[in-house]
Design a protein around this ligand. Structure first.
Ligand code: G1P
Length: 311
């Protein structure tokens, strides 16, 4: 998968074979104000879901979808993210000396998940601006963007589905999920035309519309697939909602001259930047663990019985 020539199955047109999607960009520079006081000294992307930080789930999702090269956009408060994916030889040695080989291997494995690179967004100028800082690293390849605090459950298969859609249609793809109409003002919103299956044709985009102005209740959900064409659009995007350079606005510009698809899905997304969704992520992931699930289920059942929930 490392050379262009190996992707002969991709594409439906007669043009040159498109480059494979092997790079990901993970914006993780936000302040995390919704998770204060925790996020004062620890980045929200480092919140533990059972025993792994949120951003590790995001990276594992990318690797599972075939991504080999990951650029994480951080800020000066986020050094612990870099440390998490770096070698820690002292700890590896100590674990090995104690015969804890599996633990040592697990720690080492974190630095071998993919080629992981970091760039800092010097100023918090918005998600669009953050993605724009990836331009040099991305070069002339298509790439995916995964928001660093959104976990997607593997069963949802969102990123893989988006990459398949790109390989087939050669157009930018954005993940979309229906939300209650009153919630749409927290998201980017897409107007669409049906295409069949999970795919829709995006016909309009607006960032955080008031419910009465929203063209639909389809919300953008933290996964994007772009060609490098997005970078020129970002460079020409003026600050929008909140005075920030919004990726949704850059996408709306792209839409005026390029096709864009939506990949719709209905469950399996956890916005861990929101306390209630974070709690749901912890419970669901813990229940699925071989080493914890049975005991944790009993504990939950006890709590439910004691609190009289759902009976
Ligand atoms: C960002 C995007 C928005 C998207 C959302 C998904 O908003 O700007 O379009 O719907 O992520 O989580 P934020 O949550 O950073 O305000």
């Amino acid at each position: 998968m490392s050379t262009t020539e190996s992707t002969t199955s991709a594409g439906t047109g007669n043009g040159p074979v498109p480059k494979p999607v092997r790079k990901a960009v993970i914006p993780a520079a936000g302040l995390g104000t919704r998770f204060l006081p925790f996020s004062k000294a620890v980045p929200k992307e480092m919140l533990a879901v059972v025993d792994r930080p949120v951003i590790q789930y995001v990276i594992e999702e990318a690797v599972d979808a075939g991504i080999e090269d990951i650029l994480i956009i951080t800020s000066r408060y986020k050094k612990s993210i870099e440390d998490h994916f770096d070698r820690l030889l002292d700890l590896e040695d100590q674990l090995e000396a104690k015969g804890k080989m599996a633990e040592a291997e697990q720690i080492r494995g974190l630095s071998e998940l993919a080629q992981i690179h970091f760039v800092r967004q010097g100023e918090a100028l918005g998600l669009g601006h953050a993605i724009g800082t990836a331009r040099n690293h991305v070069g002339d390849e298509p790439f995916v963007v995964l928001l660093g605090d959104d976990i997607m459950h593997p069963r949802a298969g969102v990123l893989k589905g988006m990459i398949d859609a790109y390989n087939h249609h050669r157009a930018a793809v954005v993940a979309l999920m229906e939300v209650p109409p009153e919630d749409i003002s927290a998201y980017g919103c897409a107007a669409v035309k049906p295409m069949g299956d999970r795919l829709v044709e995006v016909t309009g985009l607006v960032e955080k519309p008031a419910p009465e102005d929203a063209p639909s209740n389809l919300a953008i959900m933290g996964r994007y697939l772009f060609t490098p064409d997005i970078f020129d659009e970002i460079a020409h995007t003026e600050p929008g909602v909140g005075g920030e350079i919004q990726i949704t606005d850059a996408m709306a510009r792209l839409l005026t001259h390029q096709r864009m698809l939506g990949y719709t899905f209905s469950e399996g997304r956890f916005d861990t930047g929101k306390k209630i969704d974070y709690l749901r992520a912890v419970v669901e992931m813990a229940l699925e663990r071989d080493d914890l699930g049975v005991e944790f289920r009993e504990i939950l059942a006890d709590i439910v019985a004691r609190e009289g929930i759902g009976v």
